[in-house]
Design a protein around this ligand. Structure first.
Ligand SMILES: Nc1ncnc2c1ncn2[C@@H]1O[C@H](COP(=O)(O)OP(=O)(O)OP(=O)(O)O)[C@@H](O)[C@H]1O
Length: 752
């Protein structure tokens, strides 16, 4: 630290704080007056606009006023969005060798002469704040991070980029990054706008077009970088992206809640956040957060389901021997079951089921017309249009069409898979017996499903949502006015009451745009934890961004989906031949080296080439590996939580195998804990812990996490890499180490 000799360190700091405070005051004053003038201009032009609507010259006046003050107006708008909890509107200052200084902040502010007081962090002029290094200082001699509370500057951290510079710059603090990383974690993620690192900045500012892939191990900032990228893209391509929409997709609703404050903290409120289970709400009208067991989740994610679904759509709801019979002027005309099958095949080859009713009726009428003997037609002198009128006005025709070609919903089709005989037929040659049994068990909740007026529905899982969305795309939206004639058609004595009821009782009707089939699409889609997107989910995602550019963020070593080859293929399809670029983030900002070392050994035992990031700090405390008898779990867990609550200031998580989550929640609810600890304590399953972080983490029953989750060891790796300070593992193996600890013998060739 360099200090002018005549001043103490405290005086130097006070002096520098006063300088920065003066600038920050100026920014707030200017912003206030800009906001007031924006409000006034808006009110004035609105008044003009209202009093004389037909006067086009006046109207242009109004627009010009808006344009002139657009900057103030935008600044006022973004200020209103900025989260109240943000840590300072102005957070950085650059001093250049050329004597220029430049302030960087969450939004751009200009003074009355239009000179910049603060530059938006996303503007090209702010780039050196993140990119300048001692090797390539980009003309910068000092980078200063200002720490603010509301509008008060309370701290300064400096970075001298050119130690030989003779500007006698004062240098204060020991680095903003370390200060930021040491802070206790709360329930929600914060932005990192003041401390973005150079390799992260490159990924944030990468071009908009094509596919941008951001990879890196746990804690390297992939999520937070993706969110800053969303804000950057909106700033740089505002018109296109505000109109076309930006979608951020993450694994669970818990995760979406965790990240939801980051974008408002950056002054952006126009991004849509959705968990994978919420992606098809636009067409289905509902979402899911519940998950299947490992085996079912894998099956439902596989592209093999496409054929099973296609067969379920194509299978008629009526008995196989059903025939169509009508009487025309005393002639009985019959279309046989085999002919009906051919018609069904032909129509479905070129139409979606819910769109095909007119084509179906035309083909049936063609078939009936062809059955009319020519001599009879001649005698009757029956033109085609009159023939059609006679046929279509018969009750048996209407009943037949309603039964044979009812309007379908994705739910009614998918619940057919809950019928063992049906599933067996649809899965023939696609799934083996075990897979069929797995799928059967997972759909048991949907057996006998009939939509009712209360909109009760089966307990669909996140895996089912992609299947339902696929079905919606296959069958098309419900026709606007579906046939609702409840009359039953009894073919040759067969009772089809149930199926007709199923078709006719459908109550869920949505307004759909026939062009886009009700799907909400986006211009840019950012997918976090993209390694977990199953091939079926990729298809669901692509329907939300048929023309989109993409940012895909992930780490294969943390994947829950075991069929990595199928996933890779789905991703290759997405990228196609278009532009793509990859960024690798190499530093773990979350977990201490001691934790990363342990987690690294675990993952390398199954994935020798897992990308292990280097941890940026050490705590000097090794993870504690404990074991308990299952019947002493409550007692043991209580003791560990109490100890951790003394050791860390912020959040504590118990990460459990799925089967134990409810029991552990109940246990924790009755645990005697010191005041204030229960609000810092959460219980999450290993899958729910994806993407989250906590100051202290207790990983419960690691062997069970491996056994119960689709990704096995990779999911345990996720759990082990959640803490920012302390890690405790608790085996429930009667005081012995769990089997997972054998992996700790693995060499860690690439030190973490
Ligand atoms: N440049 C930075 N400055 C300050 N904190 C940072 C920086 N980069 C990352 N972090 C912090 O590191 C932690 C991990 O970031 P993040 O959750 O985005 O990582 P990730 O790569 O998505 O992790 P995972 O794959 O394990 O879910 C967060 O607390 C984040 O705020």
């Amino acid at each position: 630290m360099t200090e002018p000799n005549s001043r103490s360190a405290d005086q130097t700091l006070a002096h520098e704080l006063a300088i920065e405070q003066a600038h920050v005051d100026k920014v707030y004053a200017q912003l206030e007056s800009a906001a007031a003038s924006a409000r006034q201009v808006e009110a004035e032009s609105r008044a003009k606009f209202h009093t004389d609507r037909s006067d086009w010259v006046r109207e242009e006046d109004g627009t010009a006023l808006f344009e002139r003050d657009a900057f103030a107006y935008q600044a006022a708008r973004r200020l209103a969005i900025l989260d109240a909890q943000h840590e300072g509107l102005v957070f950085g200052r650059l001093d250049f060798a050329s004597d220029e200084d430049r302030y960087v902040g969450r939004l751009g502010v200009r003074d009355a002469d239009y000179e910049p007081l603060v530059i938006d962090w996303r503007a090209p002029a702010a780039e050196p704040f993140y990119r300048a290094t001692a090797q390539d200082p980009m003309g910068v001699v000092r980078r200063r991070v200002l720490r603010c509370r509301d509008d008060r500057v309370i701290g300064i951290e400096d970075d001298l980029l050119d130690p030989d510079d003779d500007n006698n710059l004062v240098v204060i603090g020991e680095g903003a990054l370390m200060a930021a990383l040491q802070r206790a974690r709360g329930p929600q993620m914060r932005d990192i706008v003041a401390t973005i690192q150079a390799e992260q900045d490159e990924a944030i500012r990468a071009p908009y077009q094509g596919v941008t892939i951001i990879s890196g191990g746990p804690g390297t900032g992939k999520t937070v970088v993706a969110l800053h990228r969303a804000a950057f893209l909106l700033y740089t391509h505002r018109r296109r992206l505000e109109q076309g929409g930006v979608l951020v997709v993450g694994p669970t609703d818990v995760f979406m809640n965790y990240i939801e404050r980051v974008l408002p903290g950056l002054g952006e409120d126009s991004v849509t956040l959705r968990s994978v289970g919420e992606l098809a709400t636009d067409v289905l009208g509902f979402a899911s957060q519940s998950v299947d067991d490992a085996a079912a989740a894998v099956l439902k994610g596989s592209l093999r389901m496409l054929q099973v679904l296609r067969r379920a759509v194509n299978e008629p709801l009526t008995p196989a021997d059903l025939r169509l019979r009508v009487s025309v002027k005393g002639e009985i005309l019959t279309v046989e079951a085999s002919e009906l099958s051919a018609i069904r095949r032909d129509v479905l080859a070129s139409h979606k089921a819910n769109r095909a009713r007119p084509a179906v009726e035309k083909s049936l009428l063609d078939a009936l017309w062809a059955k009319l003997p020519t001599d009879v037609a001649a005698v009757l002198d029956l033109p085609r249009d009159l023939f059609e009128e006679i046929v279509t006005s018969q009750a048996s025709w209407v009943m037949f069409c309603n039964a044979w070609w009812p309007a379908l919903t994705p739910e009614s089709v998918l619940s057919r898979l809950a019928d063992p005989a049906m599933l067996h037929k649809f899965a023939h040659g696609v799934l083996d017996d075990d897979e069929e049994a797995t799928l059967m068990a997972s759909f048991e909740h949907a057996r006998g499903f009939v939509p009712d007026a209360d909109n009760r529905r089966p307990a669909w899982t996140v895996g089912d949502i992609a299947l339902l969305d696929e079905l919606e795309a296959m069958i098309g939206p419900m026709p606007e006015q579906p046939e609702t004639d409840p009359t039953l058609f009894l073919a040759d004595g067969a009772d089809v009451a149930e199926v007709v009821t199923l078709a006719d009782k459908l109550t869920t009707r949505r307004e759909v745009d026939p062009d886009d089939e009700g799907v909400t699409t986006f211009s840019h889609v950012l997918v976090d934890e993209s390694q977990d997107i199953t091939p079926m989910q990729w298809r669901m995602l692509r329907r939300r961004g048929p023309q989109a550019s993409w940012t895909l963020v992930g780490d294969p070593a943390q994947s829950s989906y075991p069929n990595t080859e199928e996933s890779r293929r789905a991703l290759r399809d997405l990228i196609g031949k278009g532009q793509s670029r990859t960024f690798r983030l190499s530093t773990n900002y979350r977990s201490p080296a001691e934790v990363m070392d342990l987690a690294g050994r675990v993952i390398r035992s199954v994935l020798p080439d897992a990308d292990l990031p280097a941890a940026v700090r050490r705590t000097g405390v090794q993870p504690r590996l404990l074991s308990s008898r299952p019947d002493r779990l409550g007692e043991q867990l209580g003791r560990i939580v109490r100890q951790l609550s003394d050791e860390v200031e912020g959040s504590i998580a118990v990460v459990t195998p799925p089967s134990r989550a409810d029991a552990v929640r109940a246990l924790v609810g009755t645990m005697p804990l010191p005041v204030g600890v229960s609000s810092r304590l959460v219980v999450v399953t290993a899958l729910q812990a994806k993407g989250l972080e906590f100051d202290a983490v207790i990983v419960l029953a690691p062997d069970e996490i491996i056994a119960e989750t689709p990704g096995g060891v990779r999911v345990l790796y996720v759990a082990l890499t959640r803490p920012t300070q302390r890690l405790v593992t608790l085996d429930l193996t009667d005081g012995l180490p769990g089997a997972w600890q054998e992996s700790l013998e693995s060499p860690l060739s690439d030190s973490a």
